[in-house]
Design a protein around this ligand. Structure first.
Ligand code: GAP
Length: 515
């Protein structure tokens, strides 16, 4: 399966099996807005539980918060979002399509890098085992030229973005002769800044005064509550505040399914530290968060760190954890050293002190903040991309057959156990299966299914990632034993009904992910 095919499969599978539907689909959908179906909501909740357990439950010095989506409009002035939360927008005058200028340029840089890689691949084939890739990359004139060009454009883009130099972004588009990916022409408008915040109006106040924003990040709810939380929980710096919640951005280019949405969910944690300590904690959180991603089985080679080329207005260091999605390595999580920018700005604009008295050093200061921020939806997409597989397996007659399986970590699977009577029309079997289901449902998210032949029911459970299928057959009626089928090995074990809970519980518990 090519990566493009895989991506199409993920989208189709998500809809067919009740994971994700386009929002308001009967009206042709709403661009970049999606609804989570019955299995999608379970998987997303499990992802959020995994994050919450790892961040809040496992850290005595991290506590939770659920702040409102609407905040006083001054919040967004202080945070810099009113003035600086912009993307550079450009229109093609012929196709009337709208793009992010920086994304067009980044895609061009990738193309230049791909040319260098192609030369290297050709040489690798030609020279075989004796090929020294590192030497070739630094000495082959064509490879060196492509690499230098890519680096120069990257640096120029970084500079233009940091300076907000829209004219130079347009000049880069022209210098590189970048064409509209859809229309093919180079007839561009000027590049202009576009603020990504959605706004609405407070009911009883007209005009600018009543202008409210839908939060573009959850972090600000944490900053403005910093002292409320610190005082009410008697936390000492260093400590963190964690939050999961919706965020909204009026993305210019909203493509790639749930990768870039206009309404999405963030899992953010702000870690408050003594000034001067931030780089130590930045490194700590980089390693801790990378380990969190790998713990659910995501292979290390599918994840990488990527330092930011241009820093956001609030950061003195920033790195992304990127995942190799079917459309390439892209940001999954951001880890940012945000200095004391946010607390200081809120302090200044509100006139309220947001300082911490540190008994260890007998001094008051505005803490520095290291933030970890991961999108629940992007996490969902990375997990689906990793889990969705097609395999050749033996069917009931021992012949090769293809199955679609979601190899989710059992703790994240939407349904933990499917309970299946061997036959639908034998009341003694369906009654026994119902009894097993009614017992297990107190411990796990279970599903009872009696429709279709047993093989088809197994396939249906494979496709939604159910780690265990329990089948009730005639032997169950005699000796209270069932078969329990493992999704990954396909092995079927015969066990007593009383053993099911222990076998399943050992595999699906979040505990195994915490140690
Ligand atoms: N508080 C910092 C912050 O918001 P960010 O890098 O803009 O940083 C953090 O966003 C994470 O939120 C991203 O790594 C991504 O996982 C997720 N995210 C951001 N924009 C998104 C969008 N439009 N759709 C889905 N997820 C998004």
């Amino acid at each position: 399966m090519t990566q493009t095919d895989l991506f199409k499969r993920i989208i189709a599978h998500s809809k067919e099996y009740g994971f994700i539907f386009p929002s308001s689909e009967i009206y042709e959908g709403l661009s970049a807005v999606y609804d989570y179906g019955p299995y999608g909501v379970e998987l997303k909740n499990n992802i959020k539980d995994y994050w919450w357990a790892a961040m809040v439950q496992m850290h005595e010095n991290i506590v939770g918060l659920d702040a409102a989506i609407f905040m006083h409009p001054k919040t967004w002035k202080a945070s810099g979002h009113v003035d600086a939360f912009n993307d550079p927008l450009v229109d093609n005058k012929d196709s009337k399509k709208r793009y992010r200028a920086d994304v067009l340029i980044e895609e061009e840089i990738e193309k230049i890098k791909a040319k260098a890689d192609k030369e290297v691949e050709k040489a690798k084939k030609k020279f075989g085992d004796s090929f020294d890739e590192a030497l070739y990359r630094t000495t082959n004139p064509r490879v060196v030229e492509y690499s230098q060009k890519a680096t120069a454009v990257e640096q120029r883009l970084g500079k233009a973005m940091s300076a907000g130099d829209m004219a130079d972004l347009k000049a880069i588009l022209e210098d590189l002769e970048i064409a509209d990916p859809e229309g093919g022409t180079r007839n561009w408008t000027d590049v202009r800044q576009f603020n990504l915040m959605f706004n609405t109006q407070l009911g009883n106040i007209a005009g600018e005064e009543g202008k409210l924003y839908l939060r573009p990040e959850t972090a600000q709810g944490i900053f403005v509550n910093f002292l409320n939380v610190q005082k009410s929980t008697r936390q000492k710096v260093p400590f963190g505040i964690a939050q999961i919640g919706k965020a909204f951005r009026n993305e210019i280019v909203a493509r790639q399914f749930i990768f870039r949405m206009r309404e999405f969910e963030q899992m953010e944690m702000q870690f408050f530290v003594q000034p001067g300590e931030e780089m130590r904690w930045y490194d700590y959180w980089k390693q801790t968060r990378m380990a969190w991603h790998q713990k659910i089985g995501t292979p290390a080679e599918k994840l990488r760190f990527k330092d930011h080329d241009n820093l956001a207005h609030y950061a003195n260091a920033a790195v992304d954890i990127q995942y190799e999605f079917p459309f390439g390595f892209k940001e999954l999580e951001g880890i940012h050293s945000r200095t004391n920018f946010d607390l200081s700005s809120h302090q200044e604009l509100s006139g309220k002190k947001l300082q911490y008295f540190d008994p260890e050093i007998n001094e008051s200061y505005t803490p520095y903040v290291v933030e970890t921020s991961v999108g629940a939806d992007r996490m969902f997409l990375s997990i689906l991309s990793q889990a969705l597989q097609e395999e050749t397996v033996p069917d009931a007659e021992g012949n090769d057959s293809t199955r679609t399986v979601l190899k989710l970590h059992p703790a994240l699977a939407p349904i933990k156990v499917a309970v299946l009577p061997l036959l639908k029309n034998r009341e003694e079997l369906t009654n026994a299966a119902t009894d097993v289901f009614n017992k297990l449902k107190f411990s796990f998210q279970c599903q009872y299914d009696e429709k279709d032949a047993i093989g088809r029911r197994y396939r249906r459970q494979d496709a939604i990632g159910t780690p265990f299928c329990v089948t009730i057959d005639f032997e169950t009626l005699e000796n209270q034993t069932v078969t329990i089928r493992d999704r990954d090995t396909l092995e079927q074990q015969r066990v007593h009904i009383d053993q099911i809970e222990g076998i399943v519980g050992g595999k699906v518990s979040m505990k195994s992910l915490m140690v």
